[in-house]
Design a protein around this ligand. Structure first.
Ligand code: GLP
Length: 259
């Protein structure tokens, strides 16, 4: 796992946007896995800015989002589909037909989950998966005790996650279930980049990077991925026991130089 520690949240988000932009440049028809959450807003804002500067061309790219709330259609203002339109899709040259999220309002959510897995495979798999992390160590909506071999399916949300996501739905309650890519689905992406910022994520980050592998912190599964990059600001890196080592290997979040 590559751990890059940047000075602040803006720099960390900018770094993730640059990693995505580099993938767009490297491969026409790239398949991106995308995440929602407050942490991602500055990443997408930076990508939109790069696009306007002519440095992020999404022509031919396809995207698959990690998750969506069950019972919530793409027209619902608190849907992840709406979040993606507002923050990214409406501002760059992505073909809407190639921007997929699970349909939260599908009449048969289990069948939708299976179809979503099949669509990812049919697209040739995900080249780069962008991830955030929940305060309880969840990835996408894979809550603690999710199987590390899980595929796209329905998960029941914890009360802590529902509280964290309450502002988007207020005054209505947050749905109890979500359709989410599984941990094994995420691990199949050819590369993963996870962004965490702020002190509230420091504990989860320390467990993910240095803790024992286990379903009580689903994000630890990234330890098994051969090409996972974790991008942090100083606050989110605050509880890492080996922080000095990561900063020696990647000073200021730079790539490692051999010799
Ligand atoms: C949600 C999403 C996750 C995201 C997490 C953290 O639960 N399903 O993909 O990583 O929230 O969100 P935030 O960035 O708002 O802290």
């Amino acid at each position: 796992m590559k751990v890059l520690i940047l000075e602040d949240a803006a720099a960390a988000a900018g770094r993730v946007a640059e990693i995505v932009a580099a993938r767009l440049e490297a491969r026409q028809g790239v398949v991106l896995g995308l995440a929602t959450g407050e942490t991602m807003r500055p990443v997408y804002a930076r990508l939109v800015a790069l696009h306007r500067e002519g440095r992020a061309d999404f022509a031919g790219a396809a995207t698959f989002n990690l998750d969506e709330y069950v019972g919530v259609g793409p027209g619902h203002p608190a849907s992840f589909a709406a979040f993606m339109r507002e923050t990214l899709f409406d501002h760059v040259n992505l073909d809407p037909a190639r921007c997929r999220l699970p349909r939260g309002d599908a009449p048969d959510p289990e069948a939708e989950a299976r179809a979503y897995e099949a669509a990812i495979s049919a697209a040739g798999g995900i080249d780069l998966q962008v991830l955030g992390i929940g305060r309880n160590g969840h990835l996408a909506f894979n809550e603690p005790t999710s199987s590390l071999a899980s595929r796209t399916r329905i998960k029941t949300l914890t009360e802590a996650t529902r509280r964290a996501n309450a502002p988007a739905f207020a005054p209505d309650p947050v749905p109890r279930h979500a359709i989410t890519m599984g941990i094994a689905t995420i691990l199949e992406a050819r590369a993963c980049v996870l962004l965490a910022t702020g002190a509230a994520k420091a504990e989860a980050v320390a467990r993910m990077v240095e803790g024992p592998l286990g379903a009580d912190c689903p994000a630890t599964a990234l330890q098994m991925h051969p090409a996972a990059t974790v991008v942090l600001d100083a606050a989110a890196a605050g509880r890492l026991a080996l922080r000095e080592y990561y900063e020696t290997v990647h000073p200021g979040g730079a790539e490692a130089v051999l010799g």
